[in-house]
Design a protein around this ligand. Structure first.
Ligand SMILES: Cc1cc2nc3c(=O)[nH]c(=O)nc-3n(C[C@H](O)[C@H](O)[C@H](O)COP(=O)(O)OP(=O)(O)OC[C@H]3O[C@@H](n4cnc5c(N)ncnc54)[C@H](O)[C@@H]3O)c2cc1C
Length: 478
């Protein structure tokens, strides 16, 4: 009787001590979100393994815009952003004739409003510290969440076991389907994009090359708008300009040979895109169009397979349909949690997907730390979580993360949808209203207010305040 009482008291003392437990973290998906989560896990002292279905990383692709929120989150992960891309200094709106309608200067404060980066540069910076933790060629096929641990089976028959599983496998996530079989599927939005990078050799001296280099020096975020279409040009390196052409599906249906760009050949894309700007004197757009290697699109797709968005074929255009994911009722279930596009695939209108995936990684591990899991500075212990009444605590931590994170992501999703209506207006009346708004409205209404809200707005700080508030008002988990 006495020994069991002593043992019981001892056990209670161990379990209630303010100790920080090291987790075995399994991450499915080695994209931006998965790599960021791996780095956050490592920073907090957990052991981590990342499982990526591709055979290797593809250091290609187009450009990403990192807002202040993404830059702050990268800094917190200990990933340097110096020299990663170009900090933009202005946002300009042009009409279809190339006439400047509005120029908004972005203040030069630190961190900058945003930095446009080549995808390959961001991926490579995130991957560098995680190299030894990535397993390639591992496609998740089955997940089992047990009371004390999580087990994953891959398509090649191998398995892995851990305390927590992070699903960072993108918009068409298998983890989401496995842990939430009833979850809604991503929905197609009424728009398509074609885009890529124009990479200039320093030796290029032609007039279009000079114009594009000027664009890089000006560090401007340029929108060329007309009813139903837009062209966005953003420099991301001293000799590299990202371009994105977007078209509303109503115009696609009327003007595309097969009613949709996705059904056309790359040479038909060329005819369609050039046709939209024919007759307008927009030298910058003409310069971009003159550099696109339309014929290389097939080669890029062949080389990269379904990862054509990560193409490494220089100046090749790629096409992507727009999707967003209806809100999920939760991001977590038992010992598994979703982050990045797997949890909240957003429309690309605000350029927030990669930014929020990085934020997710920082905030998830911060929430777990508040629940007693990991922190290098605190000195983590190596007791497996399955020996503690920690499974309930872990589930509570994951669901706290989900509960605190979802409202911000729901706001971002709504804003992205509103932006779609604002930018890709369809029809002459909508177009007239848009020009009126762009000419007369304040900088806040046109750009800086919104950008402050989603990019500059300190998502990390607000989350932390709510996390602390939640902790203070919570009773301990049994
Ligand atoms: C053209 C384009 C431009 C964009 N521009 C911006 C921008 O300017 N700013 C911004 O913030 N966002 C931007 N985004 C959005 C951004 O790319 C995504 O939001 C971001 O990549 C999401 O990261 P993720 O890690 O969640 O998903 P992903 O990047 O999709 O990574 C998922 C990973 O999981 C792997 N995977 C998939 N299934 C499995 C499986 N079953 N098993 C194992 N591994 C699997 C995939 O191979 C992939 O490596 C852009 C997107 C596109 C398409």
């Amino acid at each position: 009787m006495l020994p069991s009482l002593v043992l019981g008291l001892l056990w209670t003392a161990i379990c209630t001590a303010e100790e920080h437990t090291r987790l075995r973290v399994l991450v499915v998906g080695g994209g931006i979100g998965g790599l960021a989560a791996g780095k956050a896990a490592k920073n907090h002292g957990h052991s981590v393994q990342i499982f990526e279905s591709r055979q290797r990383h593809r250091y290609g692709g187009v450009n990403y815009y990192l807002w202040r929120n993404g830059l702050n989150a990268l800094k917190e992960l200990g990933i340097s952003t110096g020299g990663l891309g170009l900090a933009l200094s202005q946002v300009r709106f042009f009409d279809a004739d190339g006439k400047l309608i509005r120029n908004i200067s972005l203040d030069a404060s630190e961190p900058p409003w945003g930095v446009d980066v080549p995808r390959r540069a961001l991926l490579s910076r995130l991957q560098r510290p995680m190299r030894r933790h990535i397993h390639f060629g591992k496609e998740v096929a089955h997940i089992e969440c047990r009371p004390m641990n999580v087990s994953v089976t891959f398509a090649d028959g191998t398995t892995a076991e851990g305390d927590v599983l992070i699903g960072a496998d993108g918009c068409s996530s298998t983890v989401r389907r496995l842990i939430f079989p009833e979850a809604p599927q991503p929905q197609e939005a009424p728009a398509t994009s074609i885009g890529g990078l124009i990479e200039l050799s320093p030796l290029h001296r032609s007039p279009p090359a000079r114009l594009l280099r000027e664009c890089c020096r000006g560090r401007a975020f340029d929108y060329y708008l007309r009813a139903g279409v837009s062209m966005l040009l953003i420099p991301c390196a001293p000799h590299t300009v990202g371009w994105v052409f977007c078209v509303h599906e109503a115009l696609e249906r009327r003007k595309c040979p097969h009613g949709a760009l996705a059904k056309c050949t790359p040479m038909e894309w060329k005819t369609f895109v050039e046709g939209q700007f024919r007759g307008f004197s927009v030298p910058m757009v003409s310069a971009v169009l003159s550099y696109i290697k339309w014929g290389a699109a097939e080669a890029s797709l062949k080389e990269a397979g379904d990862a054509h968005l990560a193409t490494t074929v220089s100046n090749a255009p790629v096409l992507w349909r727009w999707y967003d994911l209806p809100e999920l009722p939760s991001y977590s279930s038992d010992g598994a949690v979703l982050i990045g596009d797997a949890a909240h695939c957003l429309l690309p209108t605000l350029g927030l997907g990669a930014n929020s995936a990085i934020e997710d990684a920082v905030l998830l591990f911060e929430t777990l730390r508040h629940h007693g899991f990991g922190d290098k500075a605190a000195g983590v212990t190596h007791r497996p979580v399955s020996l503690l009444p920690g499974s309930a605590r872990l589930r509570e931590g994951l669901s706290a993360y989900s509960e605190l994170r979802r409202p911000r992501m729901a706001t971002m999703r709504l804003m992205g949808r509103k932006e779609l209506n604002k930018i890709y207006v369809n029809g002459p009346l909508g177009n007239l209203l848009r020009w009126a708004l762009l000419r007369c409205a304040s900088d806040e209404a046109v750009f800086t207010g919104n950008a402050q809200l989603y990019g500059g707005y300190d998502g990390l700080k607000q989350f932390r305040q709510r996390l602390t508030h939640r902790k203070e008002n919570m009773r301990p988990v049994e």
